[in-house]
Design a binder for this molecule. Sequence first.
Ligand code: SAH
Length: 256
Amino acid sequence: MAGSEADLVQSRLSRVRIILINTTHPGNIGATARAMKVMGLSSLHLVTPKIFPNAEATAMASGADDLLQSAVVHDSLDSALAGCSLVLGTSARLRSLSMPMLDARRAANQAIAESDSHEIALLFGRERYGLTNEEMQRCQFLVNIPSNPEYSSLNLAQAVQILSYELRIAAQGGVADIEVDPLDWEPVDGQQMERFFEHLQQTLLDIRFLNPRQPKKLMMRLRRLFNRARPDQNEINILRGILKASQEANVAEDRN
Ligand code: SAH
C-alpha cells in the first residue's frame, strides 16, 4: 500500500469508536485492544467497566497496551456517544423488536462510507446478556455477525475482532458487491438525539397523548422512526421548536 493510501485507511479507521459497555472480564478489554490495534483501529471507549485498569487486561493486550492507556472511561453511554452521528449496536440475537439490521460486512461499509464526515460508534454489550433494550434504542442499526443459529454468541473480543477486520477491509476500498451511498446531510450526534427524545416524551406526557403507565411501546416506535430519519441540526431545531410551542400552548390552555 502506498503511503498516502495507508494514511487514508488509518484516518478512516480513527473515526470509528469501539465502545464496550459494562464489561465484566478485564481480559476481554485487553483482548479487544489487541483485536483493534491489529486492524489499525485506535479509539477505545469503556462505559462503566467492572474492573479496569487491571493486570489481566494488560497481559491480554499483549503489546496493544497503548490503546488501554488511551482508552476513555465513561460513567454513562450518553457521554461515550458525544460527537457520534452513527451508532451501531452489535447483537448476537435477532431481537423481537424489529430494528433495522445489518450484517457485519454491510455495517462496516456503512460506517466507513460515513467516516469522512462524522464519528461512528460501535457498541458491544456485556458478556452475559449483551446490550439492554434502552441501549439498543440509541442505535440507528443493529449489527449481527452471521453465525450458527443454535449457538450464535461469540466471545466479546472475538466479536470485536471480526468487526475490526471488516472495517479494515472496507477502509481499504471494500468489496466490489457492496456499495453504500454516503449521506449528503449531517445527522446530529447521539447526545442530541437523546435530548430530543426526552423532550418529545415530556411533551407527549404534558399534552396527555402518552400514558405514563405504558410509555414504553410508543416511545420505542417513535425512537425507531426518528433514528431511521437521522435528522440534521436544522430539522432537530424545528422539531424542538414544535415541542416547545406545544408545551406552551398546553400550559396556556390549562390556565384558561
Ligand atoms: N448472551 C448475549 C451475548 C453476549 S456476547 C446476548 O445474547 O446478547 C457479548 C457481546 O459480543 C455482545 O453483546 C455483542 O456485542 C458481541 N457479539 C457476540 N456475538 C455476536 C454476534 N453473533 N453478532 C454480533 N455481535 C456479537
